[in-house]
Design a protein around this ligand. Sequence first.
Ligand code: FES
Ligand code: FES
Length: 165
Amino acid sequence: MTRIALSLTINGQTHDVLAEPHRTLLDVLRTDLGLIGTKENCLEAECGVCTVLLEGAAVNACILLAAQCQGRAIVTIEGLAAPGQLHPLQRAFIDHGAVQCGYCIPGMILAAKAYLDTNPEPDGDGVREALAGNLCRCTGYQRIIDAVLSAARALRTSPPSQAAR
Ligand code: FES
Ligand code: FES
């Protein structure tokens, strides 16, 4: 099949790839670019493990064509914080014991990031609703909710220049 040249902006860097028009962003991220922090599971927008940020909004990369993402800023879990650093959300998930097998966590954290960017003072119900599309089979969710609320507090008190993206 004919491949098309794509120029994708991921974590602030431009990546040129050749890909068939039907290929998803998730497939290109993992297979072509080695960004395997974005997980795959249901492939039909039901579980949220493939969540990335597209122009700041949380999207399911498994149902998004890579070709639809040209010229739009994509952030994966690998680009959430500067190398060697943790985003306050990542720190809070660790501190609250919100990570068990970890498979859902990249998507969960990016969905939370998109939510906190527009809702910096959330309550538990708001966080729960925002993360309703991200399934976790391990944690029972409460520790995840607690971690997101804690990260929201940390982000409010940290100077923006010190906060990760
Ligand atoms: S793999 Fe994309 S939502 Fe499940
Ligand atoms: S920590 Fe295992 S699926 Fe969420």
